[in-house]
Design a protein around this ligand. Structure first.
Ligand code: PLP
Length: 460
């Protein structure tokens, strides 16, 4: 039984709504529309179910923005946090160490692909990418290859909201307004096969994109520090699943031209694509890997940038100015967060999460084929593990998109609340990204509700 909340943590629904409208500025939200709406406020959760302040229950269909892994209030993670809080909640990593951050770093190093032996902590996905970019840049400066200052990223990339990660981002709606503040980045085409006009099959689309990257690296490779990529699936771009062999092709080109490869596993890490990390599916070993989101099972904001001994070695010269990485956040290596992450990894082992996930991935795939694919306005279903994007279109035959002003994706995700599900779209792409802990029965509820709401909005 959960303990009673102290009075300062309570208020009734109407007061909360009023205070939210008066004081809370929501992220990625048009606030005028929000203030005029009837907001849904979450009060508690259990497993994959969220409960609002009026007692309604919903399946957490996007894992509380792609973070929840083992379900809410998992006993083992709760217990680890309670035990850790009985010791200490926070101390700094600047000039000191702490127990959970040491244990977590060692465990991550063992789990990560290749030889990513060194762990630099931060607080969120954006900062984990920011750190990777700065480490790559400084690495080449220390090596004396001072001309290697440029970066490559994919069209429609999303790597977070700090200015460095926005620089490598390529989603016009989010990023364009900030362009004058950003450093320039080489942008290469992304293998978005469904909308590729030059290729007749995914492999051809892959090769066109790899050739474009190859051409760029032939011309500019000696000036490029690193390439950053979301491996296997470009999440915020609309769950764009890369054709087989694309990621391995990118790695090969980076190696050929001595360019560091940064894999942003913020969204894809921790089982999302069916393996612990997405890059493992193409036997790719990045030089730097950014992780966040699922790292703490969705409990607390901890992130990390993992890198190799080789890159770390460059920072051990005798010149302290060159050899110090002048970057660090106040809550870096937070003991509570690291305890949650250690417990999350423990649950992966104890519950065989990844092997049990495989039949659920298959089940989800079958449900999507049976219930969603036949719908008249379903353009494409993209799935890699437990990352799903359903692209809704005005006309299936011509792939003509809806007028964005119709807000079709948003309306589907509003409607589905009636059926006890929370979703958040990416434009007109309906995203399904449930916690890995979801049961097969709950998957059925999720997909059936998705079907009903797509029909309600697209074929009223
Ligand atoms: N990188 C990727 C691939 C992401 O999907 C996200 C967030 O969705 C980020 C980075 C940024 O993470 P955060 O929101 O924790 O800063």
């Amino acid at each position: 039984m959960a303990p009673n909340l102290p009075p300062f943590l309570q208020a009734d629904h109407d007061l909360l709504v009023s205070l939210d409208r008066q004081h809370v500025w929501h992220p990625f939200t048009a606030m005028k529309r929000w203030t005029a709406s009837d907001p849904l406020l979450i009060a508690s959760a259990d497993g994959v179910w969220l409960e609002d302040t009026q007692g309604n229950r919903y399946i957490d269909g996007v894992s509380s923005l792609w973070v929840n892994v083992h379900g809410h209030r998992h006993p083992l993670i709760d217990e680890a946090l309670a035990a850790q809080i009985g010791r200490i909640a926070h101390s700094t990593l600047l000039g000191l160490g702490n127990v959970p951050s040491v244990l977590l770093a060692a465990r991550l190093a063992k789990l990560a692909p290749g030889h990513l032996n060194k762990v630099f902590y931060s607080d969120n996905g954006s900062t984990a990418v920011e750190v990777a970019l700065k480490l790559a840049y400084q690495y080449w400066q220390i090596q004396g290859k001072t001309e290697k200052k440029e970066f490559v990223a994919l069209a429609n990339a999303y790597h977070g909201d700090t200015l460095g990660s926005v620089s490598v981002g390529g989603i016009p709606l989010f990023h364009e307004i900030f362009r004058p503040l950003l450093f320039p980045v080489h942008r290469v085409p992304t293998p978005y096969w469904y909308r590729c006009e030059q290729a007749q099959e995914p492999a051809a689309c892959r090769d066109i994109c790899l050739n474009a990257l190859s051409d760029l690296l032939e011309q500019r490779g000696d000036r490029i520090a690193a390439m950053v990529i979301e491996p296997l699936v470009q999440g915020a771009a609309g769950m764009l699943v890369q054709p087989e062999g694309y990621l391995a092709g990118v790695e090969k080109l980076c190696r050929k031209h001595q360019i560091l490869l940064i894999c942003d596993e913020v969204a894809t890490g921790f089982g999302r694509t069916g393996t612990m990390f997405a890059s493992q599916q193409e036997s790719v070993t990045p030089d730097l890997m950014a992780i966040a989101k699922g790292l703490t099972g969705g409990y607390l904001p901890v992130a990390a940038t993992l890198t190799t001994d080789e890159i770390f070695q460059a920072f051990t010269s005798d010149d302290p100015k060159l050899a110090t990485f002048f970057h660090g956040h106040t809550y870096t290596g937070n003991p509570l967060g690291c305890a949650a992450a250690l417990a999350t990894l423990e649950v992966f082992e104890k519950e065989n999460t990844l092997s049990r996930l495989q039949t659920k991935i298959q089940k989800l795939s079958t449900l999507l084929d049976d219930k969603i694919r036949p719908l008249d306005h379903c353009g494409e279903i993209r799935q890699r593990g437990f990352m799903v994007g359903i692209e809704l279109v005005h006309d299936r035959a011509t792939k003509k998109p809806y007028d964005p002003a119709l807000l079709v994706g948003q309306r589907v995700c509003q409607d589905i609340r009636r059926h006890g599900v929370i979703l958040r779209p990416l434009g007109d792409v309906i995203v399904l990204m449930p916690p890995l802990a979801i049961s097969e029965t709950e998957l059925e509820i999720l997909v059936e509700a998705t079907k009903k709401s797509i029909l309600a909005i697209t074929e009223p």
